[in-house]
Design a protein around this ligand. Sequence first.
Ligand SMILES: [Mn+2]
Length: 339
Amino acid sequence: MNKTEVLSSSEFSLHHHPPPPLQRSVGIIGAPFSKGQSKDGVECAPSKLRAAGLLDRLRQQGCAVKDYGNLTFENVALDEPVNGSKSVRTVGSANQRLSEAVKAVKRDGHTAVILGGDHSLAIGSIHGHTAAVGPVSVVWVDAHADINTPLTSNTGNIHGQPMSYLLYELQSKLPPLPNFSWMKPCVSSRDLVYIGLRDVDPAECYIMKLLAVKVFSMTQVDQLGMARVMEETCDYLWDRTKKPIHLSYDIDAIDPSITPATGTPAVGGLTYREGVYITEYLYQTGLLSAVDMVEVNPLRGRTEDDVRSTVSTAVDLLLGCFGRRREGNHLPDYSLPEP
Ligand SMILES: [Mn+2]
């Protein structure tokens, strides 16, 4: 049998044929939430992403789009730090709300898009996603691992902790947290892949080794190239069974020369092209089931251009998740005008 014959049809089509028609029904949730960190502005991102034409552009490339609007979050009074972690009750109640919203979007049959907001929102987003569809694979694209426990965090910002709340394997390391009793861990460390890491705390490094988490840091991106990183990501995730994919995309994964308007920029990041390639590749799998786009902070840019470049890159990444191809797209019913 030659090489071509042993490839499955889906693997073959990935490289040699135009993609099959994929589900491109998108449900958008705005989550203007910023209490997982301390900088103002990240709550403005959903309206900026909409104002940049995200919904129209998704429709123009053939997607059916339903906008579920922006969630509103309550500010819990007297939300004193717990074990050093800040705004725990506010973050807990916001994520409970988001979890319910994501669950509803998934039950309506859409691919869910969550416009953050800071990365603490991944707790509710991934929780709601799994509540609706069962186990998922998580592809976490970020400069940071966001896997501190409340007891290892140096800053007390929960946007650096969401993965520890979600993993089954870390439950015994978490103290009880007010307003988090609604959530149960829902992700296995074997179903998690990190891409783009370059600013990892010692405790996070230890946790990832302890749990043997699959990591493609910037070193591996440099060594292998993004094409190989994505192949290996999917080979790894599909080793047991193909599950729906949750892409949690922190805009700070991209190099701050391209996306400076974010709260915790880290030099040496992904190029625009590497960042977009991730989305194009995951679209082609047909398994993309929910996408977080987080940490765009329009108040952190030094100039208008900083903000524009960050927002438009975030929009391009989302378009890539839903079939935008750099070789161009046309609607299936397009026909050439006759003279
Ligand atoms: Mn993050």
